[in-house]
Design a protein around this ligand. Structure first.
Ligand SMILES: [Zn+2]
Ligand SMILES: [Zn+2]
Length: 327
């Protein structure tokens, strides 16, 4: 599908741009010019020029992206290993500055620096209707299902926006999504004295370790095959998932959205009466609160910023969370 076909298809399913919904904005960007963005086409990522996003609904907000973090989800989407439409603008972890507001966005101000929850909830399920949006099971993600943040500007709903304190840096604000994801393990009801093994040793596993330690858990090891009461899967591999090390009656927490097939030894689950829990997200409020309190500890995970054109270098740098800027 060409870019114009995709655009036509997208606009036919949306409300047409409503200029009365626009509060005059002070940003100087020229709406008629195209802006560069990192897109993917047939599994090949490239910097291309895209139309600037417009206000389409009353609760839309246009943000200038200050900085966007690179996540393994973005890399897999860029490579076509996670399905995305051609010409999709990638990127979902970012800090933005409000550039334009729809008419419903009364609590927000142009120029305000914000964090953004990239998860778009269905608004229809029981959990959404009870305002437990983090429990919605029919979510979409910016940068996968809608255009994302590896661009100069992005359109989001005001519901996704969180005001941030001046003490939270752009990089930490952009790091809120992985923190919200990893804080979800605290909702898995892990007994405090459990022997815990985290199966990975990468950056996200280190974040998992830090979050558990900061919440009183002490018996935690990374990537060992020692017996444990709780196994946290942060790294799903394309292989049989061995549960040998989990003690009878133990808990297995799946905290990875791997696109690869994994085989679970279900006989072990039965014989050892294991409990398996999938954890997705905690709330963004909880993530921003944790970030504000533990900024110094979290800064160790944050790396360099790269220009958008250097995305391949950024993709290769996986030891730390790295960022892209579409200056
Ligand atoms: Zn992410
Ligand atoms: Zn829902």
């Amino acid at each position: 599908m060409t870019q114009s076909q995709r655009k036509n298809q997208a606009s036919s399913s949306r409300v047409s741009p409503d200029t009365s919904a626009i509060i005059p904005y002070k940003d100087n960007h020229d709406e008629t010019s195209q802006l560069k963005a990192l897109i993917t086409q047939n599994g090949i990522p490239q910097v291309s020029h895209v139309e600037p996003p417009e206000i389409c609904n009353h609760d839309d907000v246009i943000l200038k992206v200050r900085l966007a973090g690179v996540c393994r989800t973005d890399v897999l989407a860029a490579q076509g290993k996670i399905a995305v439409d051609n010409n999709r603008v990638l990127g979902h972890e970012f800090c933005g500055e409000i550039s334009k507001l729809g008419s419903l966005s009364k609590r927000l101000k142009v120029g305000q620096r914000v964090a953004v929850n990239p998860v778009i909830t269905c608004e229809r399920c029981l959990h959404c209707r009870q305002n437990d949006f983090h429990l919605c099971g029919k979510t979409q993600l910016l940068g996968i299902h809608q255009d994302g943040a590896f661009a100069k500007y992005i359109r989001v709903s005001q519901k996704q926006i969180y005001a941030i304190d001046d003490s939270i840096s752009d990089k930490l604000a952009a790091y809120a999504e992985p923190v919200a994801a990893m804080l979800s393990i605290l909702h898995a009801e892990i007994p405090i004295n459990s022997q815990i093994v985290i199966n990975g040793s990468d950056r996200i596993s280190q974040l998992c370790l830090l979050i558990l330690q900061q919440h009183g858990y002490q018996n935690i090891s990374l990537k060992t095959d020692t017996p444990c009461d709780v196994l946290i899967i942060t790294s799903l591999i394309n292989d049989e998932l061995l549960l040998d090390q989990v003690n009878p009656g133990g808990l297995v927490i799946i905290k990875s959205r791997s696109p690869f097939q994994s085989q679970l030894n279900l006989a072990d689950v039965v014989y050892k009466r294991l409990t398996i829990k999938g954890m997705n997200y905690s709330t963004f409020d909880q993530a921003l609160h944790f970030i504000q309190k533990k900024a110094t500890l979290l800064n160790q995970f944050l790396g360099e910023s790269y220009a958008l054109e250097a995305f391949l270098d950024a993709f290769e740098e996986s030891q730390k969370k790295v960022f892209l800027r579409a200056d």
